[in-house]
Design a protein around this ligand. Structure first.
Ligand SMILES: [Zn+2]
Ligand SMILES: [Zn+2]
Length: 270
């Protein structure tokens, strides 16, 4: 894709999963990995690139479709994540979106290096920065920035044009994306968890829409509207260009999550 960074895409009927791979003489560094069942495809892609050992595995957050490689490559590969990711993988999780509880994961899948705010790693000639942005998609989100390649992996806090990314704290996501926007430039390639590659221009289009929608929902709540009324109204018309040439989709979850954020009714256990 650029520099020593390669993007592996795993397609399944309803979704696509992204693994960012840094490769070089010292081995591979992976950012995220879909469920363990997807490993043969990931491993084949890695083998095709040159059969190097996986030395580091970075998790952008604890969701099962991002940590599936941990139990496969750990403990030989060093797993790194924000400290809340480790806490969640060590204990049983019962998010509302999962029909069954998740975890605890086996010990070999737990991150061995954790950090609170940020961490820098020097590997394969790259300077890799992992920055935690509190409470957005989850309570353990990190973005991974490859300085030389000028590539940023944002995990699930953002989807490229035409997409919407939700989470436990939508104001938190807006704050995280403001910080991301400040730090990248027009040349930066943005890798997302599940949508196609993006860039600063698209993010600069998305962020104000998210901020305006949060402000709009806040007004509606003050005006006494119920959650159902707000969700039923759907996304404001201002979103049209973001979804063009398609129509604005009905996304009840997105509006619900903004409502839940502003009324402090969302749970961090998501
Ligand atoms: Zn996620
Ligand atoms: Zn995901």
């Amino acid at each position: 894709m650029r520099g020593n960074i390669t993007l592996i895409q795993i397609h399944v009927p309803q979704d696509v999963f992204h693994i960012a791979v840094l490769s070089g003489p010292e081995g591979y560094l992976l950012v995220d990995h879909p469920e363990a069942i997807g490993n043969p495809l990931v491993q084949k892609a890695l083998d095709d690139m040159g059969k190097r050992p996986v030395k580091f595995l970075l998790n952008t957050h604890w969701h099962y479709d991002h940590v599936g490689g941990n139990e496969i490559y750990g403990p030989d590969a060093i797993i790194i994540a924000q400290e809340n990711v480790r806490k969640r993988l060590m204990t049983k999780q019962t998010p509302a979106w999962s029909p069954t509880p998740i975890g605890p994961y086996p010990e070999r899948a737990w991150p061995r290096i954790t950090f609170r705010d940020s961490l820098t790693l020097h590997f394969d000639g790259e300077d890799i920065e992992m920055d935690h942005y509190a409470n957005g998609h989850t309570d353990g989100d990190s973005v991974v920035y490859f300085a030389q390649a000028n590539v940023l992996d944002v995990g699930d806090i953002y989807d490229s044009k035409g997409g919407l990314a939700g989470g436990v704290d939508m104001e938190g996501i807006a704050r995280s994306l403001s910080a991301v926007l400040e730090r990248i430039n027009d040349d930066t390639i943005i890798i997302t968890g599940h949508s196609r590659l993006s860039n600063r221009g698209e993010l600069a289009m998305y962020l104000p829409l998210l901020q305006q929608t949060i402000a709009h929902v806040r007004q509606e709540i003050s005006a006494g509207k119920s959650e159902k009324e707000i969700v039923d109204e759907g996304l404001p018309e201002a979103w049209k260009p973001w979804f063009a040439p398609g129509d604005i989709p009905v996304d009840r979850d997105f509006m619900h999550q903004i409502y839940a954020t502003l009324t402090h009714t969302s749970s961090l256990d998501q």
